[in-house]
Write a protein that binds this ligand. Structure first.
Ligand code: HEC
Length: 158
């Protein structure tokens, strides 16, 4: 048996070498395939964490208030409120979550207080109006979505 194999090898040296070479190339191809597949998996993972319309709007509100805070601390008077706050009534939430009774009781108070920050005719001190709007973010968050509370609290002007 061993002799026969040896004889086969000697007779077909080139064929055997080619066969080994083929195996080696084939292995490399497999590795390449794995390397190519990984980014695809990552994309799928990313899509699972796609933020909701409401999350995106919340982050826009956060960014707007961060810039308001910088303006107020610098002694400037904000005069515009570029956000479409009515989106709070229409934006879709994560996993199609609905609006709770608590949400309904806080949302309009919040909208009024956020609009009041850029109201140049108000008699109330600017810093008080601003902190009032942030307090209303926090009021709703206490029951609706507690995760971002520490981040929102940092928006308050001391
Ligand atoms: C009426 C209730 C309510 C008010 C007012 C409110 N939020 Fe939210 N906020 C929510 C809910 C509910 C979510 C979760 C949304 C979702 O998962 O789709 C959320 C999510 C967030 C998030 C997380 C977004 C993310 O990345 O997933 C941040 C940050 C945030 N809010 C900041 C604020 C700020 C700043 C204010 C005030 C300017 C504010 N919120 C006012 C209810 C509210």
């Amino acid at each position: 048996m061993a002799l026969k194999l040896m004889a086969f090898y000697l007779k077909n040296k080139h064929f055997t070498l080619l066969f080994l070479l083929f195996l080696w190339v084939y292995n490399c191809k497999n590795d390449e395939k794995l390397a190519e597949e990984q980014p695809v998996e990552k994309t799928v993972e990313y899509e699972m964490y796609k933020p909701s319309e409401m999350s995106i709007f919340m982050n826009a509100m956060y960014a707007y208030n961060l810039s308001l805070k910088a303006q107020i601390v610098a002694g400037e008077t904000p005069t515009s409120m570029p956000l479409d706050l009515l989106k709070l009534h229409s934006a879709e939430m994560t996993d199609g979550k609905g609006r709770t009774e608590n949400w309904q009781s806080f949302v309009n108070v919040f909208i009024a207080s956020q609009e009041a920050v850029a109201d140049t005719l108000s008699n109330t001190e600017l810093k008080v109006r601003y902190n009032n709007a942030i307090a209303n973010c926090l009021n709703c968050h206490k029951t609706e979505c507690t995760g971002p509370i520490p981040k929102i609290r940092k928006l308050l002007i001391q």
